[in-house]
Design a protein around this ligand. Structure first.
Ligand code: UN1
Length: 507
């Protein structure tokens, strides 16, 4: 229908307001933050930014709430997260649609993002009974040596537009069961989904009789985030975004000896070896490279294919690319939605120009296509590169897949690791030696290394994050929770003597 292919701004605005109301958010007063939809490029709603006093008050409330929250037993703290999971399940479609409106994700990916929130809530609920410390044999008779994990304090969460709700949930669900309170500064591009999550969490807390002040939302430009970063009451700053943002955050937090958890850029690659199942590799590569319009931090950006298979592999991938429907993410069957804004489009054009100047050959894509309104819709691009030049070593947050070839696996792994970022990586092979080599100490240097699946779409059960300029942080599953707690080592003497460690005599 015409209404779907060219949704009028007013219709999208009403849709956003309705979704917000159903998610428990009253229409905000107008203000200086402009909530836009990348679907048409137009403003949906405006809302006020937090001023200095409001940020200060939010941190103060989180700090006060922490004093009580830390003594609530962890399995009881999990009740808030259990209720949040139920509310997210109930409102999965509504929150998913708001993600589509605000971030431009296609429906299945937007609902998948909410699913990821529910999954991490379930993980955190189980975790609340497993915040294990160890006991160690003491070297002294009549002594016990053990460690205890305690709540850390206020956690400042800074999140990006591309996973506007899931990354918040990874941090918040785990932080809350760990006994921390949260102050959230979402991306300026996604303030509405933030209002919705905040309302759902506040409601979850109220429903189970917990202190709603355990969660605070502050909104606005970088200065709002800076105030959070510089406040000594914020024990941990968990920040997701660009390397440039991390380079600003990390030294400021370090200067006050705060803790940082950084999830910064990726420049993820896949190696395809001669024994790879090309049909399976093609499917994995197309989802990882073109999905979410190339705007995941785990997006596949570099393909390193053995010279013997590069030709047939590229034929398959470019055939699949030609089938991809690019357009309005509210429409069924569309697989690639818009870029977040014009700046992202300009970045993509500039990168493509540099790649071609470096001798790259455009295989397909790269052009802007018509969408409803003034959104920035592009066909995902594939560029064959003669070498891994400077532009290939940078992260451009758009759907560009650079293709290089190799002859020898050692050289392929060397090329794979020769970028500043270290988030996610894959090898497609049916040769066990090659797969194990890729996962070994001298293989992929990334935080995530996969075999026969793409670089994106990680499950929440594993620790998520990467090395080098990606920042070193780990979030979500496994023992990532340790970043959100402080460890105390306890030595208990239950004897009547006072033996000193190391056999020291002091008498
Ligand atoms: C991100 O792009 O910031 O592995 C996070 C994935 C998702 C999370 C990506 N589970 O692609």
């Amino acid at each position: 229908s015409h209404a779907l292919t060219a949704p009028a701004t007013r219709e999208l605005r009403e849709r956003a307001e309705n979704l917000l109301r159903r998610l428990g958010v009253e229409p905000p007063a107008p203000g200086e933050i402009s909530a836009r939809t990348p679907i048409t490029g137009s403003e949906l709603i405006s809302l006020p930014a937090s001023d200095k006093a409001e940020v200060e008050a939010a941190i103060a409330r989180a700090d006060t709430a922490f004093r009580g929250w830390r003594t609530v037993p962890a399995p009881q703290r999990a009740a808030v997260v259990r209720r949040l999971a139920a509310l997210l399940t109930e409102h999965q479609d509504e929150l998913g649609e708001l993600v589509t409106l605000e971030a431009g994700k296609i429906g299945p990916e937007a609902r998948g993002e909410v699913q990821e929130m529910i999954d991490v809530c379930e993980f955190a609920i189980g975790l609340s009974r497993q915040l294990y410390g160890r006991t160690m044999p003491s070297e002294r008779p009549g002594h016990r040596l053990m460690e205890t994990w305690h709540p850390l304090g206020v956690v400042g969460v800074i999140s990006a537009f591309n996973f506007p709700v899931a990354v918040w949930a990874w941090n918040t669900a785990v932080a809350l069961v760990c006994g921390d309170t949260v102050v959230w500064k979402p991306s300026e591009a996604t303030p509405l989904t933030a209002l919705a999550c905040h309302a759902l969490l506040r409601r979850a807390a109220a429903d189970v009789g917990a202190d709603p002040e355990v969660h605070q939302l502050i909104q606005g430009p970088a200065a709002v985030g800076e105030q959070l970063v510089d406040d000594p009451r914020v024990a941990l700053v968990s920040a997701t975004g660009s390397v440039r943002m991390g380079q600003q955050v990390a030294p400021r937090v370090a200067a006050r000896f705060g803790r940082c958890l950084l999830e910064l850029g990726g420049n993820n690659a896949a190696i395809v070896t001669p024994t790879a199942d090309l049909e399976l590799a093609t499917r994995g590569i197309v989802f990882a490279a073109a999905g979410t319009a190339g705007q995941r931090c785990t997006t596949l950006r570099r393909l390193i294919a053995h010279a013997d298979v590069a030709g047939p592999l590229l034929d398959r991938i470019s055939a699949a690319y030609r089938q991809l429907r690019v357009g309005n993410p509210l429409e069924d069957g569309v697989l690639v939605g818009p870029l977040i804004n014009e700046r992202a489009y300009d970045g993509m054009r500039a990168a493509l120009e540099r790649a071609l100047a470096d001798g790259g050959e455009l295989v397909c894509g790269g052009e802007r296509v018509e969408g409803p309104g003034d959104g920035f819709y592009v066909r995902p691009a594939i560029v064959r590169m003669p070498a891994q030049t400077a532009v290939v070593r940078e992260e451009t947050f758009a759907p560009i897949l650079y293709v290089m070839t190799y002859q020898d696996l050692d050289a392929a792994i060397e090329m794979h690791n020769a970028v500043p970022q270290g988030l996610s990586s894959s090898i497609f092979t049916q040769n066990q030696r090659e797969a194990e080599r890729f996962l070994a100490a001298d293989g992929s240097d990334c935080g995530i290394a996969n075999v026969n699946i793409g670089t994106s779409g990680a499950e929440i059960g594993g620790a998520f994050g990467g090395e080098k300029q990606t920042g070193g942080g780990r979030e979500s599953g496994s023992d990532s929770w340790k970043a959100y707690m402080r460890r105390a080592t306890n030595t208990v003497n239950y004897s009547t003597e006072l033996p000193l460690a190391q056999g020291i005599r002091f008498e």
